[in-house]
Design a protein around this ligand. Structure first.
Ligand SMILES: C[S@@+](CC[C@H](N)C(=O)[O-])C[C@H]1O[C@@H](n2cnc3c(N)ncnc32)[C@H](O)[C@@H]1O
Length: 290
């Protein structure tokens, strides 16, 4: 039987907002989890607070053109609120377009009393990587990017964050990543990349991954694009540039399981061996072989 609740989240944001205001029990399983689990409890959030956040996100998605979905926004919050309260790192977004996801990140930054740094050219993509044909095998989708795509000006992004989020904790850094990221020197607790291009992804990794704290996530919205995802598995590049092994990418090709068919969101996890605490029955200990 078709799950009517899930259809809700394939509707345009405008209609979602309408239905939500009539019956705010209409949600996806991601929204259910966000509202009714312990997500945000460590930051003092209760059900009422989370309903308000959800309403703010729906308002954001209705008013600001976005390249990300509601489920992506809620999943970013889920991973953000995993960060221990005492942790000192910043939140960083690379690739903001008109600032929609940044609005949600600014809501989190306000609750978590963290700084949010937004890096973008504010002139759209630097080039189209004409030599790279994008391939989304899970969707049989292909095509090319073009210079200037996804342009949101700095003024517009500031206005949107001011109107729908919280601008006080936000720092905006304008420029192409190969210049702007060189000066980055803050420890990072949460990194969100939505940069489309393979070259931009490598640049973000090169300059920001070393600042990502241990046991933290770099989430990205380019999970379906294999030419972007391969950056996270490129042993030679990681060895040459960061003298480490590639972390891999969870959600390669079809994204995290936050939607019934595919999702654009995935992540690389920066974890040392001691962060892997869960044992599975079919894996044995190397020493004891048990
Ligand atoms: C898909 S859009 C981001 C969507 C956005 N996160 C949202 O919430 O709608 C990609 C963004 O990456 C930026 N971008 C990509 N590569 C860049 C680079 N090398 N330097 C600066 N900005 C870049 C573009 O300007 C654009 O704003």
């Amino acid at each position: 039987m078709i799950d009517l609740k899930r259809i809700f989240f394939y509707l345009p944001p405008k209609i979602q907002q309408k239905i939500f205001s009539i019956n705010n029990n209409t949600k996806s399983f991601i929204a259910d989890e966000f509202l009714f689990s312990d997500i945000g409890k460590n930051y003092g959030l209760d059900l009422k607070d989370k309903k308000n956040i959800l309403k703010k996100i729906l308002e954001n998605l209705k008013k600001v053109e976005s390249a990300t979905s509601l489920n992506v926004h809620l999943t970013l919050l889920k991973y953000l609120f995993l960060i221990p309260k005492a942790s000192q790192g910043t939140i960083v977004e690379c690739g903001t377009y008109k600032g929609s996801t940044a609005i949600t990140l600014s809501i989190a930054a306000n609750i978590m009393e963290k700084k949010l740094i937004i890096y973008d050219s504010f002139e759209g993509l630097p080039n189209g990587e004409n030599n790279i044909k994008r391939k989304y095998p899970h969707l049989k989708l292909t095509g090319y990017y073009k210079k200037g795509m996804y342009c949101g000006t700095l003024d517009l992004v500031k206005k949107n964050i001011n109107n729908y989020g919280f601008i006080d904790n936000v720092t905006f850094i304008k420029g192409y990543f190969n210049n702007s990221l060189k000066k980055h020197d803050d420890n990072i607790d949460f990194l969100f990349l939505d940069v489309d291009l393979t070259s931009s992804t490598y640049t973000c990794i090169k300059y920001l991954w070393p600042y990502l704290n241990n046991d933290r996530y770099c989430m990205s919205d380019d999970a379906c694009d294999l030419s972007v995802v391969q950056c996270w598995f490129d042993s030679k590049w990681w060895k040459d540039n960061l003298k480490s092994k590639p972390p891999g990418y969870v959600g390669s090709g079809c994204g995290l399981n936050i939607s019934s068919s595919y999702a654009s969101l995935g992540y690389a996890y920066k974890g040392k061996d001691e962060n892997y605490n869960n044992k599975y029955p079919w894996l044995v200990d190397q020493k004891t072989k048990k």
